[in-house]
Design a protein around this ligand. Structure first.
Ligand code: FE
Ligand code: FE
Ligand code: ZN
Length: 290
């Protein structure tokens, strides 16, 4: 099976899915991830069916399988904060509807930050919110992202992810998105990814793993910071990321880059090329700036 690799791409009001696919093709990627609107606010344009159909057609012509495409939920949704319970549930449901109308079935969601309520209360809020937002008819898989543990973020350990899943009624609607930068910053040693996968398999179950975010980290293991770096430039390093990307047990799982732009230039075409060649290019930053 071919490597499924892509990046975060834009989703613009005038071009929508079609524009996202065109951007993806420019990076020589075969999948992509996008936000349906600005991640930090609630302004959303209606999904344009014509642009969706054109985007789906262009995907088909280029062998991009919609099953591998990912939407990232806006991070204004904080399911751990019970003060905003109604807003959170309503906005998550609306987001699920938008994602389903695009035909996408993977929705990555940050579990949430407990903002002072404490870990246990925060996790219970996440569970209650998911149990209210999800129904037997939900088609998308909500992929809970592993977090760096910045501030009061939850989902920073596999134990916390497991506790959330244990409490959710419709477990078949739930998956997990591992983020390599977040794992590193949470304290997982990515130089031994076999060990991490074994631990995940034992606690959560590998079947839950649906998406992997591939990012290097500007910070050392356990820093709880969450600052992404370009592939091979940060503290995780190129070889460790390549081992994860090509890991036997992760075949068929979409790998999505969320690495930072370099002076307003997207790095994805160059990073994907290095990943496909399995060779770090010392001139990466220079090439991105070209
Ligand atoms: Fe994320
Ligand atoms: Fe991520
Ligand atoms: Zn991050």
């Amino acid at each position: 099976m071919d490597l499924i690799i892509g990046s975060h791409v834009s989703f613009k009001k005038d071009t929508q899915l079609l524009g996202s696919v065109e951007e993806t093709l420019g990076y020589n990627a075969n999948t992509f991830m996008f936000y349906t609107g600005a991640p930090q606010n609630t302004a959303r344009v209606p999904i344009d069916n014509d642009l969706t159909l054109k985007g789906l057609k262009l995907m088909e012509e280029n062998n991009i399988d919609i099953k591998n495409v990912v939407v990232h939920a806006p991070y204004i949704i904080n399911l751990a904060n019970s003060n905003n319970f109604d807003f959170n549930v309503r906005f998550l449901k609306e987001e699920i509807d938008r994602v389903e109308s695009l035909g996408v079935d993977k929705l990555v969601l940050h579990p949430g930050s407990h903002v002072g309520f404490g870990v246990d209360v925060g996790i219970q809020n996440i569970i209650d919110s998911l149990n209210t937002a999800l129904s037997p008819d939900t088609k998308v898989t909500i992929c809970l992202e592993t977090m760096a543990g910045k501030g009061s973020e939850l989902g920073k350990t596999f134990e916390e992810i497991k506790t959330i899943i244990d409490g959710v009624k419709y477990k078949d609607k739930i998956g997990v998105c591992m983020d390599t930068c977040h794992l590193n910053d949470a304290g997982y040693d990515l130089s031994d990814f076999d060990l991490i996968l074994d631990e995940f398999d034992e606690l959560v179950g590998l079947d839950y793993l649906k998406v992997i975010h591939i990012n290097d980290s500007k910070n050392i293991m356990g820093a709880h910071k969450d600052r992404h770096d370009n592939v091979g430039i940060g503290n995780i390093g190129f070889d460790n990321l390549i081992k994860i990307i090509y890991h036997d047990k992760l075949k068929g799982i979409p790998k999505i880059l969320e690495t930072p732009y370099v002076e307003q230039n997207p790095p994805y075409k160059e990073e994907i090329e290095m990943i496909r060649n399995k060779t770090f290019n010392e001139k990466l930053i220079e090439n991105i700036l070209k």
